[in-house]
Write a protein that binds this ligand. Sequence first.
Ligand code: ARG
Length: 409
Amino acid sequence: MNFLKGEKHMGKAKKVVLAYSGGVDTSVCIPYLKKEYGVEHVIAFAADLGQGDELDEIKKKAISAGASQSIIGNLVKPFIEDFAFPAIRSNALYQGRYPLSTALARPLIAKKLVEIAKELNADGVAHGCTGKGNDQVRFDVTIGALAPDLQLLTPAREWGMSREETIAYGEKYGIVPPVSKKNPYSIDLNLLGRSIEAGPLEDPFEMPLDEVFGITSSIADSPNEPEIVDILFENGYPVAIDGELMEPVSLIKKANSLAGKHGFGRLDIIEDRVVGIKSREIYETPGLLLLIKAHQEIESLTLPADLLDTKSRLERQWADLVYKGFWFSPLKEALDGFINYSQKQVNGTVRVRLFKGNADVIGRKSKENSLYISDMSTYGSEDKFNHKSAEGFIYVWGLPSRIWSWINK
Ligand code: ARG
């Protein structure tokens, strides 16, 4: 029950699984854990989330930095199926804007770390997050939720070294610093998108340069003809684009390339981190944003107003929980119950026009579940609405207003 005291590495872990990315910070964590924390075996775990890294290189890098074992886990399928797709059903947007591309990856990596630690009989897990970001929160909270007694080692939060000092420390252990093409940005990348911060972006009034972007076209470079795409949903899940049924991973890739080509899915926002800091972040999340937008639309056709209203409030809370590290929590699970129940009738097609940075909904239909009844909505002669009954309804509906006004005149 060490965790109750909130103190760390009291147990002096000997075998630790480290979340490894191949970058300088996580590489330096390897000798640092051994030297300063007395860890005997560091097992590096790198997750493939569709970021397109050279994973074989990363695997070798960990060993040459002193890891006893280097594991690569292909998490693309669970990432999309178990994390991205529920986020689409939840229309999840932190602070109403950020579609959680980075945030969704962390609980999955943390879960995998814990699983590997259990399999290999490790007594601790570690990550290389600093003390200013959200990712440390997500890792720590998730690991705590899944394995409250596992030791958690967070060297980069404690070592107090500057970037230069970190590089110098690494060089002592043969860790080669990145061939400095002078990339001033800090970038997180996975199949759901790119998050870019730091460098010139730290001035929030400074326009992001073209060099910032990697998976979306600029407006100038995007096609001069619009492209119309049909997205089919079944039970709230996107299942086909332009009539072609696709597995979740292929569908996300297709949505990314379509939306990205037309320059849709760029965000430039000031967001509120869990640790109280406001940060300026650029996101490119073309496919995820497109699918959320289309999903919202098919819901508006197939769900009643009161359900939409309540769901939109709970969605906000869902996104907030995920952003703040509570993917594995009783409240999130309870909200999932609500959201899952709400999606049975969310079936149909949304038509979107992609053009010059926009994705505009231009049509929607649902054979089985549309609540739009043209004989009710029409202004034409097929009108089935009973106009007379509106009078009695409004008499009752407006009664409080009339009474108030009459009493207080
Ligand atoms: N602010 C975002 C989040 O908390 C993304 C941070 C990603 N890291 C980066 N180096 N850009 O989910």
